[in-house]
Design a protein around this ligand. Structure first.
Ligand code: ADP
Length: 740
């Protein structure tokens, strides 16, 4: 039979209100008026001669018995002092003698009450503790090496409290713990390196360790003493959160008994207010440590905590500096370079250096660049698809990728852990870092999977684990954890990247504006120039024509003059073309429904006048209407059709065809001829201004027509392309989309 037990049972046990205390001391709780509201039943075990009923009595009644010859009201004065100065630290412990034994009184405020805890002073502990602690601390800190610091600390605590085993126990992020240093009596087996599941020290116990820095369980077999109170019915239990004597949870007592431990003592180790670990001490027989010795151990714990904190800060600063230095370099490269992609991938530092990962990929502007060890192409594509669909946050990290994306098991040796920083989800742009599987061999003290038992009545209960044999487990498909420093560096890189992208975008926008302006100026310029050229040209032409009528001029000279007239005609034609070209740039489209059929007929009629000798096999297919500018569209067809006819003159038979068809969102026309065709190398150039192919020198033309066509089509947000084969013919395609 197997049970899936929620170990958080322990997490819910109200361990701060056990209703009883450990019997090595006694407890009295008084209110503001010093009236006794609660006390432990064992008061009379320590103080004989007290009134039979203490509850409801004034505290003075106890003091009469404690030191009859002296004045009473001592304790109430201490309470008032603590209350006024808002601290009891200076007052604690108050020491007094009763019946030949020394006692410590420790006072703590709790809600509206004051806890008075009395415990014995141990003679053996009263050796010069101060000196001993001083020596311990300097020995502890003598070594710079971290492991030695931990070992020394364990050793020194062992000296101060004289326990059989002292361990330094560190909590991992998931709450489980590991013994990282140990000082023990020789005959004991070592527990160094053992791991304990998180359930061994439940959450609320860990919270209490943050409030009370030491915790003594003097004797696991001691029978606790009940706390009694006057109130009827269900009285409010006394809150023992800050109590020294607080009784121990039965589950924990059983746990210690299973380990054959007689008494236990722990000192909290904190890192920035959080529980970093514990100095956990075990004695195999009951052993009481008095308040001062506990306080001394606490001091050792605090010094160790701050030494650890200092080292950890220093180390984390060092790690952080290295990663931030990489981010700074990348950010400088991004500022300097035109290409963000180059800046992040080609310099001495790359995105890989932003973390301690072993591989990274940059997905930017439809490119993928890899660094270091990354999954194979197919695996990577699968992972990227998963990221695109499943990861919604701009930052994502895991050290156990296959838990969320099981396919990652196949490449766990490269990517058991990943960090994803999203540059743009819409564009599918990311930086991903990879850490390989880090095989951890964890030695559990007992099997953490089997902590539950069913009692005789069949009820499932949590019982402390009985088996403390080392139980090994290999944790697979996990990478080393991503540190805070790495996460911070990734976030900083993202900020720098966003800044650089925004800057580049505005630079491009600015450049675009300038380009547009320059373009407009150029159009105006060519328009003006062409316009101004027309005048002198027509004067040249008129005078030349006059000269041709002069019979005194020699016939050879006459022929030269005829040539001048011919060339001025050609120049005039070209100027008109340039004017047409620049006019398109300057004018707005006047969208109308253009009926292409009649328009094509008109054009062909004009063409037949020019090429009257030719016998052309002309076919006109469907001619769907186009939404566009009437004049401009007619220029498009006039140019394309005249080219088709012009460049197929030499073919027999000469075949030209035009046809259109409606598409999903517009119209597509094709103008086909069986003429010269165009060499593939020349194809991209034919749409440029004044560009003509080498083989058409003997055919009239200016090289402006297609430039005009392209400009018009693009102005209509359409497309033009050509399919052509030298010697076979050309097909020009124009596609107009319907205006939105
Ligand atoms: P042109 O005034 O020279 O015809 P275009 O701009 O209309 O100027 O065309 C540019 C060049 O493209 C032409 O000179 C010619 O080399 C090539 N061309 C255009 N249309 C055709 C065609 N239908 N067949 C072959 N070549 C063509």
């Amino acid at each position: 039979m197997s049970f899936n037990v929620d170990l958080n049972n322990c997490d819910r046990e109200p361990i701060h209100i056990p209703g009883q205390i450990q019997p090595h001391g006694f407890l009295i709780a008084v209110d503001d008026e010093f009236i006794i509201r609660y006390h432990s039943e064992n008061v009379s075990d320590f103080i004989q001669g007290l009134p039979t009923r203490l509850l409801g009595k004034h505290l003075d009644e106890v003091e009469y018995v404690l030191y009859p010859s002296e004045q009473t009201g001592y304790i109430s004065q201490l309470i008032t002092l603590g209350k006024n100065t808002k601290t009891f630290e200076q007052i604690n412990p108050f020491q007094f003698e009763f019946n030949g034994r020394d006692y410590y009184l420790i006072i703590q405020p709790v809600n509206d009450l004051y806890l008075l805890e009395f415990e014995l002073v141990t003679a053996e502990m009263s050796v010069d503790m101060q000196k001993m602690i001083g020596r311990s601390i300097s020995e502890m800190l003598a070594d710079k090496n971290l492991q030695n610091l931990l070992n020394n600390s364990a050793e020194q605590v062992k000296k101060v409290i004289g326990y059989d085993r002292v361990m330094i126990y560190r909590f991992a992020a998931d709450g489980h713990g590991e013994v990282i240093a140990e000082a023990k009596n020789n005959h004991l087996e070592p527990w160094l390196g053992l791991h304990y599941p998180a359930s061994d020290i439940p959450k609320q116990a860990r919270e209490l360790y943050k409030l009370n820095f030491t915790r003594l369980i003097a004797d696991v077999n001691a029978i606790p003493s009940k706390i009694i109170t006057l109130a009827d019915g269900e009285p409010e239990p006394l809150d023992l959160t800050c109590s020294q004597l607080r009784a121990v949870s039965p589950i924990h007592i059983q746990y210690l008994k299973n380990m054959e431990v007689g008494s236990s003592f722990s000192i909290s180790l904190l890192y920035k207010g959080e529980l970093w670990g514990l100095i956990a001490c075990h004695n195999y027989t009951p052993r009481y440590i008095d308040y001062k010795a506990r306080e001394s151990s606490k001091l050792i714990g605090q010094i160790l905590s701050s030494a650890l904190e200092f080292r950890q800060d220093e180390e984390s600063q060092h790690l952080q500096d290295r990663l931030f230095a990489s981010v700074d370099k990348l950010s400088k490269h991004m500022q300097r370079s035109n290409s963000i992609e180059d800046a992040l991938s080609t310099q001495d530092v790359t995105v890989l250096d932003v973390t301690y990962a072993e591989g990274a990929v940059l997905l930017y502007e439809n490119n993928l660049i890899s660094f270091g060890k990354v999954p194979a192409a197919d695996d990577l594509n699968g992972l990227i698809n998963w990221i695109k669909t499943d990861i919604t946050d701009t930052f994502f990290s895991t050290d156990h990728l296959s838990k969320q994306y099981p396919a990652a098991l196949a490449f766990k040796d490269v990517a058991s852990g990943i960090i994803v920083s999203t540059i743009s989800k819409e564009m599918g742009e990311y930086i991903i870092w990879f850490k390989p599987e880090q095989l951890q061999h964890i030695t559990w003290a007992g099997n953490p999977e089997k902590p539950a038992e069913v009692d005789s009545s069949g009820i499932l209960t949590i019982s402390p684990r009985k088996s403390f044999e080392a139980w090994s487990e290999t944790v697979t498909a996990r990478s080393a954890a991503w540190s805070n420093e790495e996460v911070k560096a990734v976030i900083r890189l993202k900020e720098e990247l966003t800044y650089a992208i925004n800057q580049k975008a505005s630079a491009i926008r600015l450049l675009n504006e300038k380009l547009k302006q320059a373009y407009e100026e150029l159009d105006t310029f060519s328009f003006t120039i062409s316009h101004d050229l027309k005048n002198p040209l027509s004067v040249i032409k008129s005078y030349s024509q006059l000269l041709t009528r002069d019979s005194s001029i020699r016939p050879e000279a006459q022929r030269v003059i005829e040539r001048i007239v011919d060339r001025t005609n050609k120049m005039n034609y070209m100027i008109n073309e340039v004017l047409d070209y620049s006019r398109i740039g300057r004018s707005d489209i006047n969208f109308v429904n253009v009926e292409v059929g009649p328009m094509v007929n008109e054009i062909l009629k004009d063409l037949s006048l020019v090429y009257s000798n030719a016998t052309i096999q002309l076919t006109i297919g469907e001619t769907p209407d186009i939404q566009g500018d009437q004049v401009m569209i007619s220029q498009v067809f006039a140019n394309l059709l005249s080219n088709a006819v012009k460049y197929s003159q030499k073919s027999t038979p000469q075949v030209v065809n035009i046809e259109g068809k409606a598409t999903d969102n517009g119209v597509l026309y094709q103008i086909k001829d069986n003429g010269l065709g165009i060499d593939i190398k020349q194809l991209p150039k034919i749409f440029e201004l004044f560009n003509r192919t080498d083989d058409v020198k003997d055919i009239e033309g200016s090289g402006v027509g297609l430039a005009i066509v392209k400009r018009i089509v693009e102005k209509h947000r359409g497309k033009i392309w050509v399919d052509s084969e030298p010697g076979k013919g050309s097909t020009f395609f124009v596609e107009f989309s319907n205006p939105a």
